[in-house]
Design a protein around this ligand. Structure first.
Ligand code: A2P
Length: 317
């Protein structure tokens, strides 16, 4: 299994299982099946609302001796309503209790956005906590102290632009070890990947298959479907592989971590086998030409009229 060196945290299996949108009642069995297939990296988040069920599945597999804790790489994420310094450790402890773990391998700041602690999402401009009250550095101090307290091996961020990473760097005692961002052939993120890799930061690509099971409110009319892309299909046919396998192999080829989500055994298996697919230089060239700078998770839900966040200052582009 290909692994990536994570600053301060050992080695992370490059291919992991995504659990966003994996519904309660289904996610536990998907995790069990993934572990049987050989997945050792599970990507979780408090906001996905399914960590307790994932924890029960992990406990079953550990009890049955199918895996050891040391073989597993478990990531979770701090939700936006726990960005105040004093809220970070309690949020992480809740995640640990739900997952049934003493320590995470990696904990990420889910978004560079702070929401009031009694809310889950922001519906009005006043639902955000302004920078004058809580900065990203305050949140990051909480993350750093979580490492010192042994609650997680490594820490990182998600949905951070190069600009925000640069702003954090001079004051950080620990640099983010990972930046998890949306990444696929329609959003290749070359500049961001180059910056992260040059700064000892691994990149995990989310929505690698285009996340077609996103909630309706996050979909846009006429958006292109990555899994139906003719170039991807052609490359897949050439290798006797599936489009999903091409999309996963493309990320692994670039030294990225990738977390495709599925709750179906056959697809979990298919996605795991993408590790064996080697793409040719011609394939890579064709895929490189597909970049549309197209986000499926465009963050529009943070850009409320009159609020502090816009798509421009969220992505810094
Ligand atoms: P399902 O969970 O029903 O298998 P992403 O990882 O980009 O968020 O995409 C997840 C979506 O892709 C889900 O709808 C998932 O469906 C679907 N999916 C996962 N693996 C495959 C595959 N090998 N072929 C086609 N669709 C897949």
């Amino acid at each position: 299994m290909r692994t990536l060196e994570i600053a301060g945290g050992g080695r992370m299996p490059a291919l992991g299982l995504g659990t966003w949108k994996a519904a309660p009642g289904v996610v536990g069995e998907a995790v069990r099946e993934a572990l049987r297939i050989g997945y050792r990296h599970i990507d979780c988040a408090a906001i996905y609302g399914n960590e307790a069920e994932i924890g029960a599945a992990l406990a079953d597999a550990l009890r049955a001796g199918e895996v050891t804790r040391d073989e597993l790489w478990i990531t979770s994420k701090l939700w936006c309503n726990a960005h105040a310094y004093d809220d970070v450790a309690p949020a992480l402890r809740k995640t640990l209790a739900d997952l049934g773990l003493a320590r995470l391998d990696l904990y990420l700041v889910h978004w560079p956005i702070a929401v009031r602690r009694d809310l889950v999402s922001a519906k009005a401009p006043g639902d955000f906590i302004p920078d004058s009250e809580v900065t990203l550095l305050d949140t990051w101090r909480g993350m750093e102290d979580a490492v010192a307290d042994g609650l997680t091996r490594a820490i990182g961020v998600s949905n951070f632009s190069v600009k925000k990473l640069r702003e954090l760097a001079p004051s950080a005692r620990l640099n983010p070890a990972v930046n998890q961002v949306e990444l696929h052939p329609y959003l290749q993120q070359r500049e961001l990947v180059a910056y992260c890799h040059a700064n000892d930061m691994a990149v995990t690509g989310y929505s690698p298959l285009g996340s077609s099971d996103r909630p309706a409110g996050m979909k846009r009319e006429g958006e292109p479907a990555l899994l139906d892309d003719p170039v991807i299909s052609e490359v897949a046919a050439h290798h006797g592989a599936s489009p999903a396998q091409v999309l996963i192999a493309w990320q692994l080829h670039q030294g990225l971590s990738v977390i495709p989500k599925s709750t179906h055994p056959a697809r979990l298996q298919e996605n795991f086998e993408a590790r064996e697919l080697i793409l040719d230089p011609d394939d890579l060239e064709e895929i490189a030409a597909l970049d549309l700078h197209r986000r499926y998770v465009d963050g529009a839900f943070w850009a409320l009229p009159g609020g502090p966040h816009t798509l421009a200052n969220l992505w810094d582009e």
